[in-house]
Design a protein around this ligand. Structure first.
Ligand code: CAA
Length: 240
């Protein structure tokens, strides 16, 4: 039977490409979404991938959602923490809600999902976790103290959990995308985005499928020696 993969925020943007890439590679995919029923239903019709609505920032909601996925599809062997939001503004204009929303949706969500699948992965002796970080968690970004802190946190979370999972067949890796052509990046003011793209050596925005390609590499059954790593996919914008 094919392994079950859960992709959070899996019906749009980078998450959509990851869900589709995993399905095409033969995995049984559960795509989570938070709110946009219409987009999620269109995605389901178009791709044939099951969708599950729950709020990744809320532990009880995640617990219920994952229980439903496991009842319908089977135990989750592969977890891709992709769900994320932006509330960009400089700190002197940022209110507490903008801070909290981003930290909870982008970072606390990783605790919530991992906590709910980790015991199963440990008992089966197999797991693949891929956390979607960001170039802006590595390098910082003007107007994103909330987002950069959350994404940076994801990179630390990844390295700690990788150490905990290693002896149990569970690998935990991060991907740090650069600026990818999605609604999130298109929401950046055009003049600002132009300046950012001008600094990308490859000379363009990335494609969501180029991130999915990295996920497929990391979740493979024969990827057991790759853990705790960060794969930067950013067109050469930030190298270290
Ligand atoms: N470094 C230094 N100064 C900067 C700067 C930067 N990177 N960007 C802007 N400034 C300066 C401007 O030059 C300007 O200065 P002056 O007033 O002296 O001209 C001042 O800051 C105000 O700039 P804005 O006009 O842009 O200010 P704003 O309040 O209208 O907007 C902002 C601020 C919302 C942060 C806007 O600049 C913005 O959206 N920036 C892009 C943030 C970004 O890259 N977000 C990424 C979203 S996608 C994503 O996050 C996915 C991923 O993982 C990569």
């Amino acid at each position: 039977m094919s392994r079950v993969a859960l992709v959070t925020g899996g019906t749009r943007g980078i998450g959509e490409a990851i869900s589709v890439g995993l399905k095409e590679a033969g995995y049984s995919v559960a795509a989570n979404y938070a709110g946009n029923d219409q987009k999620a239903n269109e995605f389901k019709e178009r791709t044939g991938i099951s969708v599950f609505k729950f709020d990744v920032s809320d532990f009880e909601s995640v617990k219920g959602g994952i229980a439903q996925i496991e009842a319908e599809l089977g135990p989750v062997d592969i977890l891709v923490n992709n769900a994320g939001i932006t509330r960009d503004t400089t700190i002197h204009r940022m209110d507490y809600q903008q801070w909290e929303d981003v930290i909870h949706t982008n970072l606390t969500s990783c605790f919530n999902t991992c906590r709910c699948v980790i015991e199963g992965m440990r008992s089966r002796g197999f797991g693949r976790v891929v956390n979607i970080g960001s170039i802006n968690g590595q390098a910082g970004q003007y107007g994103q103290v909330n987002y950069a802190a959350a994404k940076s946190g994801i990179h630390g979370f990844t390295k700690a959990l990788a150490q905990e999972g290693a002896a149990k067949g569970i690998t935990v890796n991060a991907i740090a995308p650069g600026y990818i052509d999605t609604d999130m990046v298109r929401a950046v003011p055009e003049d600002v985005l132009k300046k950012i793209v001008a600094k990308v050596p490859v000379g363009r925005l990335g494609k969501a499928e180029e991130i999915a390609r990295g996920v497929l590499f990391l979740v493979a059954d024969d990827g057991g020696f790759i853990t705790g790593s960060t794969l930067s996919i950013n067109g050469g914008q930030h190298m270290y």
